[in-house]
Design a protein around this ligand. Sequence first.
Ligand SMILES: *[C@@H]1O[C@H](CO)[C@@H](O)[C@H](O)[C@H]1NC(C)=O
Ligand SMILES: *[C@@H]1O[C@H](CO)[C@@H](O)[C@H](O)[C@H]1NC(C)=O
Ligand SMILES: *[C@@H]1O[C@H](CO)[C@@H](O)[C@H](O)[C@H]1NC(C)=O
Length: 191
Amino acid sequence: MSFKSHRLISILLTILFCSTLVAAKSNHFSRTLAPSSLGLKREKLSHLHFYFHDIVSGRKPTAVRVAESAMTNTSSTLFGMVVMMDDPLTREPELTSKLVGRAQGIYASASQSETGLLMVLNFAFMEGKYNGSNLSVLGRNTVFSAVRELPIVGGSGLFRFARGYAQARTHTFDLRTGDAVVEYNVYVYHY
Ligand SMILES: *[C@@H]1O[C@H](CO)[C@@H](O)[C@H](O)[C@H]1NC(C)=O
Ligand SMILES: *[C@@H]1O[C@H](CO)[C@@H](O)[C@H](O)[C@H]1NC(C)=O
Ligand SMILES: *[C@@H]1O[C@H](CO)[C@@H](O)[C@H](O)[C@H]1NC(C)=O
């Protein structure tokens, strides 16, 4: 290649590069960041284990039905029922054991063929280093299955950038009252 064409290519490259820079500069609402600029180091995997208390009976329920359809009570799966929960999470199966957080959100009967709940909730942690941090769950819960898996879709505080899954196993279910204790194992990647 001649000296001339070399120069031409370098001029063309310079023009191209500068126009890219201009385009990047005019794009004021977004930019690329190095993870270290947010103090993010290595992603780690954590396992959390606790018991979830869904109390629907008695004078102080922790989960209340807030909506239903006209046919919900005649549906074998209570299709259309919407329940708001603020359920305690404890370290041991007993409600009197150490409170580690609360499950706050909604579960709704979303299946007409089996008991399948749509779960949309936040785990708000209140104990140890995770006090003040939250995890968000969005999943399907077929409550009569032995193990249900629910995706962890995000988090805040120490759980920023969280992703993972929760496994739910019914520990006890009182057929008379409808109260349930559910064991949760949560596996989550976060920084
Ligand atoms: C359905 O049953 C629930 C629980 O027994 C009751 O609170 C509710 O009023 C009933 N709803 C309808 C539409 O009948
Ligand atoms: C959790 O944090 C709150 C607010 O900072 C504080 O009041 C509370 O005592 C903490 N709980 C535990 C168990 O450390
Ligand atoms: C987590 O949820 C609590 C409510 O339980 C809220 O006060 C707090 O701001 C949330 N934490 C973060 C880090 O956003």
